[in-house]
Design a protein around this ligand. Sequence first.
Ligand SMILES: [Zn+2]
Length: 376
Amino acid sequence: MQSALIYSQELSRFDFGHDHPYKPERAIKAYELCRRYGVLNYPWMEVLRPPPLDLDTLLAFHDERYLHLLKEASLGKVGAEMFSYGLGTEDNPIVPGIYEWSLMTAGGTFLGADLIARGEIDVAFNFLGGFHHARRDQAQGFCYINDVAVAAFDLLNRGIKLAFVDIDAHHCDGVQDAFYGDDRLLLISFHESGETLYPGTGKETEIGEGKGLGFTINVPLDADTDDEVYLEAFHEVVPPLLEAFRPDILIAELGADTQISDPLTHLRLTNNGYQEAVKILRTLCQRILALGGGGYDIYRTARCWTLAWSNLNHVEPEDEFAGLVGGMMFGPEQEVGSLQDRPHPTEGRAKEKALVHAKEVVAYIKKEVFPIHKIS
Ligand SMILES: [Zn+2]
C-alpha cells in the first residue's frame, strides 16, 4: 500500500475572519496530532503539498463568470453582482486571497484523485477538502470551489466508476445536484435531517432522476442520533450498496461535525462511531480519497481526522509519552486523556425517536433503491 497525506501549514493558517466558524487551523492540530502519535512514520506514507488547480480543470464544473468574480473578490474588489453569486454573505465572506486558497485546497483533492487514478497511491487524505455545498456558479455554506465535483468529473471522464460517501453532518447538496442524473457515480450521504440543519435538503425521497435514479441515497438522521443508531443504519445501507456498485475509487467526505460537541449541529456521535464508519468504508474499497469536510469543534475534529488517517492506513496511534510523569497531553486529547472518546449514548425518549426515524429511512431505501441495484 502507498498513501499520501495532503497538507500545507501555510494553507492551514488561512483565516476566514475571527467570527467565522470555518477554521483551517484544525488541519495544523490534526497534523501535529498525527506526528505526536506516530501515525505518519510508516514507509508507505508521504506528505504532499497541494498544487493549485489549473483553470481548465476548474471550468469542467464551474462557471467562468463566477470564477472571474471570485478572483476579483479575492483581490479586494467589491461589486453588486458578486452578491447574486453568493459572494459577500455571512457564510461566504469576501476574504482577500480566497480565490488562490480555494484553488490550492481543490488542487490537493485533485492531486489525491489523480495519484490514485494513476495507481501511484491507494489512499489519500486532504484535510482541507470536501467543499460539498458550492454550486457551479454559487458560493454556499463556507464553500467557494466544489473540489469534490471538480475531481469527480475528471475521474469520470477517464472512465473511472466512482462512489461518494459523505458522513459530514450537513447534506452534500452541491455534489448531489451535480450528479443527480448520473449513473456513473453512486452518492450516499448520512447527515442530520434538513428539518433541523442547513441546507435543508437530503430527504430519503431524493434518490436521483433519469439515468441516475437510485444512484443518490440520502440518510437524514434525527438530531439526537448517537453512535449506536448511526451505525445500525450505516451497516444496513452502505455495505450492500457499495458491494453491488463496486466502485473503482471511493471518495469519502469525513466531516467531523457529527460529533456531540460540535457547535453548529445537533447529532450526538463520538469518535467511536465515527471511526467505525471509516473502518467499514476502508473494508469496502481499496482505493480511497478522503476529504476533511466540516468540523467546528477544532480539537475534536483534529482527533477524528487523526483516527481516520490511522484507520485508513490500518495503523494504531501510539502515545510514546503515555505513563510519563508530566506527560504532555497536547490539547486535542487533553479533555479525555486519550484520542478516543468515552461512549456517550442518547437515552430515553430521544433515543427511541432517533431509532424509529432511522429505521423508517432505512426501510424506505431498501424498498425504493435496493431493487434498482438488484439487492435482495
Ligand atoms: Zn458539515
